[in-house]
Design a protein around this ligand. Structure first.
Ligand code: GLY
Ligand code: MN
Ligand code: MN
Length: 370
C-alpha cells in the first residue's frame, strides 16, 4: 500500500478477507489502513466474529462495523469519515456497477477521495505461507495422503465413476476436511483423456486407466492430489504413458528450489514428456499454488509471450514475481491425454524450502493394478 501511496485499501475478494481476518463467511468488506483493520459485516456474522475470540482464530485489533442498511452505503459512510485521499480497491473484484455507485456516493461528500484500482496486493502477501499456514497445509496434505491410500479400495470393476467419486468425497469428510476443494474427478477409460472430466455413469471396466483427482479444505486451506490406477492388467501402452508422466512429475519436483523460475519447473516436466514424444498430449500447466484457494499463485506454467515478463530477471523496472521462493506451496501435476484412448495424471503438493523442496503429500506413485 505504501508503494502505491494508498491511504486505505478496500478488500472485497473473500479469500483475501479470510486471509486478513480469519472470517470465512460469505459477506463482508475489509478496509485496511496503515494502522487499522476494519471489517464491515451484517448482523448474521457479527456474533460469529465475536465468538472467534478465545479460539485462537481471533483477529487482534479488528474493528467490527455492522451494516445498517446496505454494505455499500456503510462502506461509503466509513470511507467518507476517514482522512483518506487515495483509496485502493481490488480491480479484479469490484463490478463496474458497484464502482460507479461508490464513485457517485463519494462524490457527494465534502472531501472527495480518489478511487485507485489495484491488483494482487493481498494475493502477493498470500503467496509465501507463514509458519501457521505451513502447519495447516502439512496436516491437510498428510490427511489427503491417507484418503489417497484408502480410496484404492473404492476402485472396483462394475462401479460407476459417480459411485467412486461419492466414496472419495465421503472419505475426505471422514478424514476431517471441511469439504472437498472442488468437484472430485473420477475419469475412466476414454474419459481419462479429458483433464477435467465430470464423473458420470460409466462403469469401471477391466483394462481401464482411471484418473482420480480430489482435494480437501482443511482449516480453510486447500490440498489437491491425483493418482491414476489401472483396473486389472495395465496394457503396454498404459505403462509407457504412465512411466513418461511419472518421470515428468519426478523431474519437475527435483527442479523445485528457491530462485528457479516457475517456467523452468514447468519446462522440466514439459521437456521430459516431449522427449517421450508426448509434448502434444500435455496441454495444461504443470501446477498451481495452493492455499485459501485451490488455484492461486504461483502458476507453474509455460511463459505466455506478451503477457509474462521475459527472462528470469524480467524487463527493466518490472516487478518480477516469476521466481519461486521459500514458503510457496504448489502442485506438480503433469499429465498426458490421448482423445479416444485414455489419459494419465499424477499430482502431488510441494513446499519450497530454504534449500530445495519438501514433498507434502506421500502416496505411492507406482502404477497400481486393481
Ligand atoms: N482438478 C483440479 C486440479 O487438479 O487442479
Ligand atoms: Mn487435482
Ligand atoms: Mn491441481
Amino acid at each position: 500500500m505504501a508503494e502505491q501511496s494508498l491511504d486505505a485499501l478496500v478488500v472485497t475478494a473473500l479469500p483475501n478477507i479470510l486471509y486478513l481476518t480469519n472470517f470465512s463467511g460469505s459477506s463482508g468488506i475489509v478496509v485496511v489502513t496503515a494502522n487499522r483493520l476494519l471489517f464491515i459485516t451484517d448482523f448474521r456474522y457479527v456474533s460469529a466474529m465475536s465468538e472467534t475470540r478465545g479460539t485462537g482464530h481471533e483477529c487482534p485489533g479488528l474493528e467490527l462495523v455492522t451494516v445498517e442498511s446496505t454494505y455499500d452505503l456503510t462502506l461509503a459512510d466509513l470511507l467518507a469519515g476517514m482522512p483518506s485521499a487515495r483509496i485502493g480497491f481490488e480491480a479484479a473484484n469490484l463490478s463496474v456497477a458497484r464502482h460507479r455507485w461508490l464513485q457517485t456516493a463519494l462524490g457527494t461528500r465534502t472531501t472527495v477521495p480518489e478511487l485507485v484500482p489495484t491488483e494482487g496486493v493481498v494475493e502477493r502477501a498470500r503467496v509465501r505461507k507463514d509458519a501457521y499456514e505451513l502447519m495447516v497445509l502439512r496436516e491437510a496434505a498428510r490427511r489427503l495422503s491417507g484418503v489417497a491410500s484408502a480410496m484404492v479400495a473404492d476402485v472396483r470393476p462394475g462401479r460407476t465413476e459417480r459411485d467412486v467419486a461419492m466414496a472419495i468425497d465421503w472419505r475426505i469428510r471422514d478424514a476431517g476436511f471441511e469439504r472437498s476443494a472442488f468437484e472430485t474427478i473420477v475419469a475412466a477409460g476414454p474419459n481419462a483423456a479429458l483433464p477435467h472430466a465430470r464423473p458420470g455413469e460409466r462403469k469401471l471396466a477391466e483394462g481401464d486407466l482411471v484418473v482420480l483427482d480430489f482435494g480437501g479444505v482443511y482449516d480453510s486451506y486447500c490440498v489437491d492430489l491425483t493418482r491414476t490406477v489401472a483396473v486389472g492388467h495395465a496394457s503396454a501402452r498404459a505403462r509407457e504413458v504412465y512411466g513418461a508422466v511419472l518421470k515428468a512429475h519426478d523431474l519437475a519436483i527435483e527442479a523445485v528450489k528457491p530462485g528457479i523460475s516457475r517456467f523452468q519447473i514447468d519446462g522440466a516436466a514439459r521437456a521430459s514428456l516431449a522427449g517421450a514424444g508426448m509434448a502434444e498430449a500435455f496441454g495444461h500447466g504443470t501446477g498451481h499454488g495452493l492455499g485459501i484457494e485451490v488455484h492461486e499463485e504461483p502458476r507453474i506454467s509455460r511463459r505466455r509471450p506478451g503477457v509474462d515478463a521475459e527472462g528470469p530477471e524480467g524487463p527493466e523496472g518490472a516487478v518480477h514475481d516469476d521466481l519461486v521462493a521459500p514458503g510457496m506451496v504448489f502442485t506438480i501435476e503433469p499429465g498426458a491425454y490421448f482423445p479416444g484412448w485414455s489419459g494419465v495424471r499424477i499430482e502431488d503438493d510441494v513446499l519450497v524450502t530454504d534449500t530445495g523442496v519438501e514433498l507434502l503429500t506421500h502416496v505411492t506413485t507406482d502404477l497400481l493394478e486393481i
